[in-house]
Design a protein around this ligand. Structure first.
Ligand SMILES: [Ca+2]
Ligand SMILES: [Ca+2]
Length: 353
């Protein structure tokens, strides 16, 4: 691209006062490129082996990605961040399809096309998102999350029968996780926090957690002290609304001596003081019906979303005897119901042909 001395000298002539010289220079370069009539081409002789393309909207609560193989990719976890814990792809039985193309027709429109070929079969798969406002006011919850809402709906497959709330996890990236639980003013409650770590292995990085529950003494907790990955565990607190605001404050904070400043929390239960709490029953999910407040931490964004989100993967095949297969690889606890896969009672994956 040629440079034009008149354009580069332009900052000296700016008199309006609100444009910085830097802003003016950037704008001028863009105009020059647009007027040149040239089509820029970026060559990538050494592409990465793996990549993701975004198909969500700028202000979207759901950030869906598509991997280099055309699969919808979800549930990136708090370690390792780069692996999707849920992948949805369409392939064909008995035919090895190889990707021949992937790209956006227009970089400003998040509709991604991936093409495949193999054994006389071709396939074109188009991924895009659609959203629709939620008209109904969501029912009030007896809890709320403060600060960041980061989390993953599919991080843990517990190593034993456990409450489904252990799967999804709230996390704080170098900051506290904070929840407030509704209680009668100045009431006391037993608060149980649930943890399971799917990332670390025995002897690995130390990631302790400082647990702060209003009205109870602070405790330090390390789920890997047991030496078991994916083990659901629970810690009970004799808590109370000491400041009389009608909320019990819960925080999982970063200890000073930690080797990993990212903290996590899988579930919360509160019980009336007269309820005898057996932590093994809580872990199994057998005490959840007796809880006054039950929080499946890690699903916070979906709970407060103002739009429904639909991701569409439209797959077309051309060739003899094509038998498409929808393949779902996930840590979510999906169940088949009425021809759909449902996640905790809600439709999650539908297939139409
Ligand atoms: Ca959870
Ligand atoms: Ca309080």
């Amino acid at each position: 691209m040629s440079s034009n001395p008149d354009y580069l000298a332009a900052p000296d002539r700016v008199e309006t006062g609100f444009l910085s010289p830097w802003h003016w220079l950037v704008t001028a370069v863009l105009l020059l490129a647009a007027n040149s009539g040239l089509r820029a081409q970026v060559e990538s002789p050494y592409p990465p082996q793996r990549w993701f393309s975004a198909i969500h909207f700028v202000d979207d609560w759901q950030k869906t990605m598509v991997d280099e193989g055309g699969a919808l990719a979800y549930d990136f976890g708090p370690g390792p961040y780069v692996h999707a814990q849920t992948l949805v792809r369409v392939r064909t039985a008995g035919v090895e399809l190889v990707r021949t193309h992937q790209g956006f027709a227009d970089p400003r429109v998040p509709v991604l096309t991936t093409r495949f070929e193999g054994d006389g079969v071709t396939s074109e798969q188009v991924a895009f998102a659609v959203r629709q406002p939620i008209e109904d006011t969501p029912p009030p919850t007896a809890f709320r999350r403060l600060g960041g809402l980061a989390g993953s709906a599919a991080w843990v497959i517990a190593d034993r029968p456990a409450d489904p709330a252990f799967r999804a996890v709230a996390w704080g990236t170098a900051r506290e996780i904070r929840y407030q639980l509704r209680v009668p003013t100045r009431a006391r409650r037993t608060v149980v926090l649930g943890f399971a770590d799917s990332y670390r292995t025995p002897g690995g990085l130390y990631r302790g957690l400082d647990l702060r529950v209003e009205g109870a003494a602070q405790r330090n907790f390390d789920a890997m002290a047991s030496g078991v990955t994916n083990e659901p565990q629970a810690v009970a607190f004799d808590a109370g609304d000491e400041d009389g605001d009608g909320w019990l404050d819960v925080a999982v904070a970063v200890p000073e001596d930690t080797g990993d400043t990212n903290v996590y929390l899988n579930a919360i239960w509160t019980f009336a003081p007269e309820v005898e709490v057996d932590l093994q029953r809580v872990i199994r999910g057998d005490a959840t019906d007796a809880a006054e407040v039950y929080v499946d931490c890690g699903r916070d964004l979906a709970r407060i979303a103002s739009t429904h989100r639909f991701d569409v993967l439209e797959a077309r095949f051309d060739g003899p005897d094509v038998a498409p297969i929808v393949e779902v690889d996930t840590r979510r606890g999906l169940q088949v119901r009425d021809g759909a896969l449902v996640d905790r009672g809600r439709p999650h994956i539908l297939v139409r042909s």
